[in-house]
Write a protein that binds this ligand. Structure first.
Ligand code: ARG
Length: 470
C-alpha cells in the first residue's frame, strides 16, 4: 500500500471548502441541505458504496485491505444509523457526504478513496433508483392486500343486487360484487403500472460520474450486477439528469389516488342517510364536537383530500424538470421531496382504504327494498322488444313513453298491466314480466364479463387465484 501522503490541505474544512474562499453562509447551509429528508436513503447509499468499492478493488484501485476497512466501516455506519446513534450534521449537506465524512473519520486514508471515479450525481441517481425499486414493491404488496379485501367482500355479496349509476342517476341493476370488483380491476392496472415503472427504472447510472464518466478503468457492468440492475445506462449526460422515473412513479401514485378518491366518494355517498346502502365501521368514523348524532366518514374524506397532495407532487416534479439545462442541476435534489411525499401518502391511503373495505357492511335489505325505484329495468324492457323483432330505436321510444306514464302515475314498469303494455306495443306478451324487476334483469345479462351475480362467482375465483400468486 502506498504510504499515506501528508495532507497538503488545511485541516477542519469540508473538502469542497478548499476551493471556496469563504465558509458557507449559515442561511445557505440550511437552504442547501437535504440531509433532513434524504437520510432515509442511507441503506441504499451504503449498498451502492459497497458495490462501488468492490468494483474499485477488482480494478486494483483499492487494495483488498482497504476494501475490507471500507466495507466494515460502512456496515458499522449503517448499524449506527439504524439504531439512531449516528450524528447527522447538516453541514455535510446530504446523506452521501454525511456517510463519507463518517467513513473517513473512522478509517482515514482508505475512506478517502471511496469516492474514486464517482460523483454525488451518479450516486444519488443510483440511490433513488434503488429506493424506488423497494418502494414499488411495498406499494404493490399493499395494493394486493386491498384487492384481496375487495374480493372477500365481493364473495360475501355475490348474490346481492344494487343499482348501477351513470351520471349518479339510476341506470341498470348490477351485482354488488361487480361494483366491488371494479376496484380490483383498477388496482390491477395500478399494480401493473408500477411494474412497468420498475422495468424502466431498473438500470444503473453508477459510473457516470459527474456527467462524463471517468478516465479510471471503472467496470460499470460489475456494479450494475452487484446492485441487481438489469443493465447499465448508456449515456452519462442523460444518466445524471434523468428523473423521468420519478415523474413516472408519481404518476403511478396519482392514478392510485384517483381510484381511491373514487372509492372514497362512493362510500361517503353510499353511507349517507339519503342512500343508506352501507355502514362504515365506527372505528373509521369521527363525530362532531357540537352535533351529538354525527358519524362522519373523515378517513374517507382524507383519502379523497390527500389526492390533492399526490397530484401536487406530480405537478411539482414536472415543473422541476421543465427546461433544466442538460446535466445535473441542484434543482434535482427536490425530486426526493415529492417522491417521498407521494409514496408515504399512497402507502397510508392504501392501508386505510383496505381497513375500511374490510369492515364495511352492505345493507342489502335496504338496497333491495329500494330497487323498484328509478326504472332500472327500462333497458331490459327495450331489449325484450328487440328480441320480439322491434328495432332498438323504436323500442327505446316505446319504453321511454311508458316510463314517462309510469312516473306520472307513481308506479314501476312491473306494475303496468298486460293490457296497458299491449296498447303501447302489441308484440308484448305475458312473458314481459320476466324481464322486469331488478333481480330478473341482473340475472339476464348474457355478455362476457356482464354485471350479473351468476358471472361473479367465476370472477371472484379468478381473482382469488390470481392474487394468491402475487
Ligand atoms: N443532495 C444532492 C441531490 O439530492 C446530491 C447531488 C449533489 N450534487 C452536486 N453536484 N451538488 O441531488
Amino acid at each position: 500500500m502506498a504510504e499515506a501522503q501528508k495532507s497538503p490541505l488545511r485541516d477542519g474544512l469540508r473538502h469542497w471548502e478548499h476551493r471556496l474562499g469563504k465558509a458557507t453562509d449559515s442561511l445557505a447551509v440550511d437552504f442547501v441541505e437535504s440531509l433532513s429528508f434524504d437520510r432515509r436513503l442511507y441503506k441504499y447509499d451504503i449498498v451502492g458504496s459497497i458495490a462501488h468499492a468492490e468494483m474499485l478493488s477488482e480494478q486494483k484501485l483499492l487494495t483488498k485491505d482497504e476494501l475490507k476497512q471500507i466495507k466494515d466501516a460502512l456496515i458499522e455506519i449503517s448499524r449506527q444509523i439504524g439504531e439512531g446513534k449516528f450524528k447527522f450534521d447538516k453541514k455535510y449537506e446530504d446523506i452521501h457526504m454525511a456517510i463519507e465524512a463518517s467513513l473517513i473519520a473512522k478509517i482515514g486514508e482508505a475512506g478517502k478513496k471511496l469516492h474514486t471515479g464517482r460523483s454525488r450525481n451518479d450516486q444519488v441517481a443510483t440511490d433513488m433508483r434503488l429506493w424506488m425499486r423497494d418502494e414499488i414493491e411495498i406499494i404493490q404488496a399493499k395494493i394486493v392486500s386491498l384487492q384481496k379485501a375487495f374480493v372477500k367482500l365481493a364473495e360475501k355479496y355475490a348474490e346481492a343486487i344494487m343499482p348501477g349509476y351513470t351520471h349518479l342517476q339510476r341506470a341498470q341493476p348490477i351485482s354488488v360484487a361487480a361494483y366491488l370488483l371494479s376496484f380490483v380491476e383498477q388496482l390491477n392496472r395500478d399494480w401493473l403500472r408500477l411494474k412497468n415503472s420498475r422495468l424502466l427504472l431498473n438500470v444503473s447510472p453508477l459510473g457516470s460520474g459527474a456527467i462524463a464518466g471517468s478516465s479510471l478503468p471503472l467496470d460499470r457492468k460489475k456494479t450494475c450486477g452487484l446492485l441487481g440492475f438489469s443493465d447499465i445506462t448508456y449515456n452519462t449526460v442523460d444518466s445524471v439528469s434523468n428523473r423521468d422515473f420519478c415523474a413516472d412513479f408519481i404518476f403511478g401514485c396519482c392514478l392510485i389516488s384517483a381510484h381511491l378518491s373514487k372509492l372514497a366518494e362512493d362510500l361517503i355517498i353510499f353511507s349517507t342517510t339519503e342512500f343508506d346502502f352501507i355502514r362504515i365501521d365506527d372505528a373509521f368514523c369521527t363525530s362532531s364536537s357540537m352535533m351529538p348524532q354525527k358519524r362522519n366518514p373523515d378517513m374517507l374524506e382524507l383519502i379523497r383530500g390527500k389526492t390533492g397532495s399526490v397530484y401536487g407532487s406530480l405537478m411539482a416534479i414536472l415543473t422541476i424538470l421543465k427546461a433544466q439545462p442538460s446535466g445535473y442541476n441542484r434543482d434535482l435534489q427536490e425530486d426526493k421531496v415529492h417522491c417521498f411525499k407521494a409514496a408515504d401518502t399512497i402507502e397510508a391511503c392504501v392501508d386505510m382504504a383496505r381497513a375500511i373495505v374490510e369492515n364495511t357492511v352492505f345493507k342489502t335489505d335496504k338496497i333491495s327494498a329500494g330497487l323498484d325505484k328509478g326504472f332500472l329495468d327500462a333497458t331490459s324492457l327495450a331489449e325484450y322488444l328487440v328480441k320480439k323483432g322491434i328495432p332498438f330505436r323504436t323500442a327505446h321510444g316505446i319504453v321511454g313513453t311508458l316510463v314517462a306514464q309510469c312516473e306520472k302515475e307513481g308506479k314501476a314498469l312491473a306494475d303496468v298491466t298486460i293490457e296497458q303494455f299491449k296498447k303501447s306495443c302489441n308484440v308484448i306478451g305475458e312473458d314481459v314480466y320476466q324481464c322486469l324487476g331488478s333481480k330478473n334483469v341482473a340475472c339476464s345479462y348474457a355478455t362476457a364479463a356482464a354485471a350479473s351475480p351468476a358471472l361473479m362467482a367465476e370472477q371472484v375465483n379468478y381473482w382469488k387465484k390470481h392474487l394468491a400468486e402475487r
